[in-house]
Design a protein around this ligand. Structure first.
Ligand code: URA
Length: 213
């Protein structure tokens, strides 16, 4: 069982143990950015390869960091219910994150999520590119702005601009929607329902595109 780091995180700046040019063989050996220092473990994607549909989130959360699996905490439960409502069996989908280590800060006794910096997303593109090459998805659903930017390779891509269109990343179709955590943080039930409905609709669009092929 992974153990929880006892220390508070150091600033995620580069140091002697970080090399953005490193080309590691394994995620566990990755030192391309400093996030490995304070994470329990790297969290790779999960699912069979090849898979026609890939879902990309931002980074592991507290539960995922402990379990070593993506989307198994509260955001994962929301994603599971949205997948079920869209008629998609999670086991048929490859699920991963733009960044493979949990970035956090200590508040009281809780490890709170911190948004990864662009340099960390870029360092981790090394792994996302390998996953995409291995999984060969036809459609990628990007969950939130960090995922969208990572998948498009465009640090300036705006989620709102892409939410109701389809984008392309090479030969692959990209559909963008809210991150499940955005739904969990929504200020009121109406906003929550609307954001969740957008995720379900994005998954349905992805599913429909794949059935048409
Ligand atoms: N949020 C993410 O983006 N990914 C996870 O795996 C969990 C929470």
């Amino acid at each position: 069982m992974p153990t929880r780091p006892k220390r508070s995180p150091r600033p995620a700046s580069a140091g002697a143990d970080v090399d953005p040019q490193q080309q590691p063989e394994s995620l566990d050996a990755c030192r391309r950015c400093a996030l490995w220092r304070d994470a329990t473990q790297a969290v790779p994607g999960a699912g069979d390869a090849p898979a026609t549909l890939m879902l990309v989130g931002e980074q592991p959360g507290d539960s995922e960091d402990r379990a070593g699996l993506p989307f198994v905490g509260p955001a994962g439960r929301l994603l599971d219910s949205a997948l079920a409502e869209a008629g998609i069996v999670r086991e048929t989908v490859y699920v991963t994150n733009a960044v493979k280590h949990f970035k956090w800060e200590l508040r009281g006794k809780r490890r709170l999520h911190r948004t990864p910096a662009q340099r960390e997303v870029e360092a981790c593109a090394y792994w996302l590119e390998r996953e995409i090459a291995n999984v060969q998805p036809k459609v990628i659903v990007a969950l939130g702005a960090t995922a969208l930017r990572a998948v498009l390779g465009d640090p300036h891509a705006r989620l709102n601009a892409w939410m109701d269109q389809t984008a392309k990343a090479g030969a692959r179709t990209v559909i963008a929607t809210w991150h499940p955590s955005y739904v969990l943080r929504a200020p009121d039930p109406a906003a929550r329902d609307e954001a969740r409905a957008h995720i379900v609709e994005a998954l349905r669009r992805a599913h429909a595109l794949l059935r048409r092929r």
